[in-house]
Design a protein around this ligand. Structure first.
Ligand code: ASP
Length: 596
């Protein structure tokens, strides 16, 4: 039986109470975490989003009717209680913010009853994620998830305030739109009014924010939902949130400056972390050479070492072939791992195969200085010594080498470095290492399509000094593009945009776009640029990732209220689902037989 709350008004949230309120009469409302009947006393833990409060029902204080009603309280019932805040009679609970007090109840209303929930609402639940997501509204009651969602809300408030103070205007851009140039598959929405045509959901507000610069809004931001129908990966969401911005009359340094101050403020206010400014910058080339990654985790060393010249001329076929084919030989030194069992080294070899490497060559320097190596027999003694020297190998170290095309060498050693750091316990979640990666290549060769593709997007400005190569050696051109990386995760990225039509034309040429295709896809933007376009640049953060790192959780789903799972479905609503024939008919859509 559910009662109404009329005549009762909540005075506090549960955990807003403490010693300061002792002696006051208060009214709290929330969910029953648990209740224990200890003969003459009923203890009830009442929970709301602020935390948990202990309530005590004693017949002498509340009368027999209320006492009897309190006896009916079960987990997840919703109750309203009025009573007096008192110092705790029993033991103080140091784990609770309200652990020094309790409320001695005088009135109780059961606002709503609850069936036994499919899992217990508690912190650090061991419940399977599928069940948690099916009952997400219950899962969202758990204090650890609530903490993340609350942090997210506060972070957005800080971001909004900061950007407003810096002269940014928050402007919404359409959800039903045309394809945007971020290179993923679009989610399409059929048009009823124009049968056979489709809107695309935005992969980012890119084109609209550039249009806003043309329109003179000068500084724009938006906390925007983006949609990308990408291949399934555990840490991806088909819809995700960007903190998106664009600025006029600026260059790289201006974008970096305002964003460094934003990050410093955000981390200080939300998690009390001081970000020391300026944030380190590294060119893309340096990042690849030193870390094998364009988003290096700089919390630890174990950098890549190019030993191509050191091993050139040796007889080991793996090295020889890679060098002859124009590739390289690079290694990392896993300090103190020289006694790693063979089985574990084999597992690392299997690990790098996922990144295209054919294998991993190793030298394990034993504590007594002797070596175990997969390729020593192909090397002269002095060649081996030179290699160990180049790797700064010392007794107890494990040297691991990849020999292949540069792309494969970077990818495998970059990933191996992270894997080893994880195994060796070198990744400290409390350390926040920010890094700007700059001067990305403008273009990237696509083996599949046999042509260049934009590394960022087709509106990214080439570096002035490299413009001379755009016709003759496009792969060499660097871009005014930058990523902001935190502990090996890309949390944001952006670029200075092309605002000169001759450069844009060259860019489209390099990408193999015909005039027609460029016009078809981006005609409205190109046309807008004919009416006075300011130089402009921007950046977007992936908000979900950012919050995930701030909250120190491992899953992106733990910072999104209603996330989807790996196959892009929603376990709560069962979306996506079939629709009525009538709806399809109105849309002029006919669904082909699908194979199970
Ligand atoms: N639209 C870009 C992205 O989603 C960000 C930017 O260039 O501002 O990656």
């Amino acid at each position: 039986m559910a009662e109404s709350m009329s005549g009762m008004k909540r005075t506090h949230r549960c955990a807003e109470l403490g010693k300061a309120q002792i002696g006051q009469y208060v009214t709290v409302m929330g969910w029953v975490q648990k209740s224990r009947n200890k003969g003459g006393v009923i203890f009830v833990d009442l929970r709301d989003r602020s935390g948990i409060l202990q309530i005590i029902f004693e017949e002498g204080n509340c009368g027999s009717e209320v006492f009897e009603k309190a006896g009916k309280l079960r987990s997840e019932f919703v109750a309203a209680v009025t009573g007096k805040v008192c110092e705790r009679a029993g033991a103080v609970n140091k784990n609770l913010a309200t652990g020094e007090i309790e409320v001695v109840a005088e009135q109780l209303r059961i606002l709503s009853e609850s069936e036994t929930p499919p899992f217990h609402i508690e912190e650090n639940s061991k419940t399977k994620e599928e069940l948690r997501l099916k009952y997400r509204y219950l899962d969202l009651r758990r204090p650890d998830i609530q903490k993340n969602i609350i942090m997210r809300s506060k972070a957005c408030a800080v971001i909004r305030n900061f950007l407003s103070e810096e002269g940014f205007l928050e402007i919404e851009t359409p959800m039903l739109t045309k394809s945007t140039p971020e290179g993923a598959r679009d989610y399409l929405v059929p048009s009823r009014v124009h049968p056979g045509t489709f809107y695309a959901l935005p992969q980012s507000p890119q084109l609209f924010k550039q249009l806003l610069m043309v329109s003179g809004y000068d500084r724009y931001f938006q906390i925007a939902r983006c949609f990308r129908d990408e291949d399934l990966r555990a840490d991806r969401q088909p819809e995700f949130t960007q903190v998106d911005m664009e600025l006029s009359f600026v260059d790289v340094d201006d974008v970096i400056d305002v964003n460094e101050r934003l990050l410093a403020k955000l981390f200080k206010e939300i998690i009390g972390v001081e970000v020391s400014l300026p944030i380190q910058r590294m060119t893309w080339q340096e990042a690849m050479d030193r870390f094998g990654s364009d988003k290096p985790d700089t919390r630890f060393g174990m950098e890549l070492n190019d030993v191509t010249e050191v091993v050139r001329g040796c007889d080991f076929a793996v090295f020889k072939n890679a060098i002859e084919a124009g590739g390289s030989v690079r290694g990392i030194n896993a300090k103190g791992q020289g006694t790693m069992p063979r089985k574990k080294i084999d597992a690392l070899t299997a690990f790098v195969k996922d990144y295209g490497a054919k294998g991993l060559a190793y030298v394990a320097i034993q504590p007594d200085g002797s070596i175990k190596s997969s390729f020593a027999k192909f090397m002269k003694e002095e060649e081996m010594q030179a290699l160990i020297h180049a790797m700064q190998g010392e007794p107890g170290d494990l040297l691991l080498f990849a020999a292949d095309r540069n792309k494969v060498v970077y990818a495998s050693l970059g990933a191996l470095r992270l894997e080893l750091a994880d195994q060796m316990g070198l990744l400290d979640k409390n350390q926040y290492n920010f890094l700007w990666v700059t001067e990305f290549p403008l273009l990237e060769w696509s083996e599949e399509e046999n042509r260049y593709q934009a590394m960022h997007h087709p509106f990214t400005m080439p570096m002035e000094e490299d413009l001379q190569y755009i016709d003759t050696d496009p792969g060499r051109v660097r871009a005014k593009a930058y990523d902001i990386v935190l502990n090996g995760t890309e949390i944001g990225g952006g670029s200075v945009r092309i605002h000169q039509d001759d450069i844009q034309e060259k860019m489209f040429e390099a990408l193999g776009f015909t005039q027609e295709r460029a016009h078809d896809q981006f005609g409205f933007l190109l046309e807008a640029f004919r009416y006075g376009v300011p130089p402009h640049a921007g950046l977007a953060y992936g908000l979900d990732r950012l919050i995930m790192l701030m909250a120190q959780v491992d899953s992106i789903r733990d910072v999104i209220a209603f996330p989807k799972v790996k196959d892009a479905s929603c376990l709560l609503t069962s979306a996506p689902g079939a629709v009525d024939d009538k709806q399809l008919e109105e849309l002029g859509i006919c669904v082909a037989e699908t194979k199970e």
